[in-house]
Design a protein around this ligand. Sequence first.
Ligand code: ZN
Ligand code: ZN
Length: 345
Amino acid sequence: MKAALLTGIRQFEIREMPDPILTNETDVLIRVKTVGVCGSDIHYYTTGRIGSQIVDYPSIVGHEASGIIEQVGKKVKRFQPGDRIAIDPALSCGRCDQCKAGREHTCRKLLFLGCPKQLEGCLCEYIVLPQRCCYPIRRSMTFDEATLSEPLAVGLYSVERSMPVAGSNVAILGVGPIGMSVFHVLRTKKAARVYVTDMIEERLAFSRRLRPTWSGNPKINDVVKEVSQMDPLLMDIVYECSGDPAAIVQGIRLLKPGGKLIIVGITATDDVSLPMHELRRSEITILNIRRQVHCTQKAIDLIAKRKVRIGPLVTHRFRLEETQNAFDLVASYNDGVMKAIVDVS
Ligand SMILES: [Zn+2]
Ligand SMILES: [Zn+2]
């Protein structure tokens, strides 16, 4: 099979590799259809790491994927060849304290697709996975939508964890695919006012399709001042989806006393300085989001029932051979890119 191998900083090579084979009776062989390029993949591409997770070259990245079941192990009952699926890229052990507590996403032995030293990713023609990672999708759902169920699940989980009540005022800082996923999910709830920011004008324009109360560019607007003029009591919840340390501080200043800062974005560096006295005096809750748990099926259902129209997030498509171009585009934020899809088939 063909695979896009990450061989160095900003460097992919398309190579011929042996086809993966079924070894476990509960595994399935999947023909990969589409793979979404995620911001986390871009961290691996441009810097070779996220924090202490360092890429061993060569390796295959990619974890937002859809496919078709090609072959099933002897004990697989839920699937047969030809079934169309979305993929949950997380493999938990099912036995540790975290798994037993329903926190499979922080499993002590978690293996995640396309994560260094864990599992190879999906930017290749075939992968083998346990059947429990596979979610059937209806004929009416496109492979792009199935792929986007992964970031949507992260948005869904972020909103569930933050528990907005009817009438909550919220801000989303950074409306890339994850910020937009949060926004889409909020639109299925009764959040009163949604303020959004981004440094990229095309992304702000994109977000206006969901009718935010206000949208602003922190390069141009004094975000805290303008938002506090419109809503003097400030925000109940801020979703930080940009990974920019300046936005984290801005998020704190946008919150009312007792407000919640939900950190979804991934910062490029480990150390971020926080205004501790402001946090303390306003008793701000900071909640970190680690991907998602138990939200894959719910995200698929939101798309299937047309409660969320996630498909339009796809702005660019590439062939597997053009993986490097896809990553260069997403890393540059050029051409109004929101979600780039690598079409493997
Ligand atoms: Zn992702
Ligand atoms: Zn576990």
